[in-house]
Write a protein of this length. Structure first.
Length: 318
């Protein structure tokens, strides 16, 4: 009997030691806890790094959020990989025991849709613009493979393309979980855009329509349409802005994104009209007021390059 008791004690000690090792071991980067920021009653944001995806930020480089309604939770965007989606669900459970009833993808950028698989695995409906669904079908598998090279196989484990189950064709107002949401489509990006306005709180989740303190990217966008959309946003009765990238801010900061895009446009048009080559324009078409924004050196140069080619293409077509 004493031998049996000693054996049981040894087994118990070994089990406890194994559990302790598991708990103490660092979790994969993707599984680290996310901290939601309360931005209004029942409305929360996850604020990502002002950086490009890298192992040190685990690909968390864009903002997501969620809205708690009487009958459930609506999630806005899902992050760069499956484990980020899982971490979002875990964070939501710490706030409320109400179920997630809908996911809304603001557009088809990988950092907005590749966490969909965590929600799809639970049968949660996912909504996006129809153009976003098409873009995901074409591009997302390639994005996953590229992100595996950047973030590593472990971080990207379990990530798969989980397409939206519901598509809208334009702006629409929905009643979801007891909240009235206006889904605003402006057509500024080729990747199928939606901004989400919660009527009760006046919080706008803009997606990459608004980027703050980080240079926005104009590739795969319609610049004039983008500028027109920002002007329309500034006319809406907003109280809080959750930009696609950058800190939660007052709505007045929409003007900052508009100012950058206008400065870019003026600078490139000036250099093009002066007869600069593409290389010369890329070096000279500066936007000095925005040099302090994250990724200015790389992304502004890429924007100049893209817009110069657009001007050249337009000139050749005339």
């Amino acid at each position: 009997m004493l031998c049996v008791r000693a054996f049981v004690r040894r087994v118990a000690i070994l089990v406890l030691a194994a559990v302790a090792l598991v708990l103490a071991a660092p979790r994969p980067a993707a599984a680290q806890s996310l901290i939601p920021v309360a931005v209004a009653p029942g409305v929360y944001a996850f604020v990502g790094a002002l950086a490009e995806p890298a192992p040190e930020n685990h690909g968390f480089v864009a903002n997501q959020g969620f809205i708690v309604g009487e009958a459930g939770v609506i999630v806005i965007d899902t992050g760069t990989h499956h484990a980020h989606g899982e971490a979002m669900l875990e964070a939501i459970r710490r706030v409320t025991d109400r179920p997630v009833v809908r996911v809304i993808n603001t557009h088809a950028a990988p950092e907005r849709v590749l966490g969909n698989s965590a929600f799809a695995a639970r049968g949660i409906p996912i909504l996006a613009h129809r153009d976003a669904v098409r873009a995901m079908e074409v591009n997302c598998s390639t994005c996953i493979e590229r992100l595996k090279q950047v973030l590593g196989e472990e971080t990207m484990a379990g990530t798969r393309v989980a397409l939206p189950t519901q598509a809208v064709e334009g702006s629409v107002t929905l009643e979801l979980a007891g909240r009235r949401l206006s889904l605003l489509h402006f057509g500024w990006t080729l990747a199928g855009d939606l901004a989400v306005l919660d009527s009760e709180s006046g919080v706008l989740f803009s997606g990459d329509l608004v980027c703050l303190d980080r240079v926005p990217e104009i590739r795969d966008t319609r610049l004039e349409t983008w500028l027109a959309a920002l002007k329309r946003l500034r006319e809406l009765p907003l109280r809080v802005l959750v930009p696609g990238r950058g800190a939660v801010s007052p709505p007045g900061r929409i003007a900052d994104t508009q100012a950058y895009l206008e400065a870019l446009q003026r600078a490139v048009q000036t250099r093009y009209a002066a007869g600069d080559s593409l290389r010369e324009a890329t070096a000279r078409a500066a936007a000095p007021a925005f040099r302090g924004w994250a990724l200015y050196s790389r992304l502004h140069a890429a924007n100049v390059h893209h817009l110069y080619l657009e001007l050249e293409k337009k000139a050749l077509a005339e």
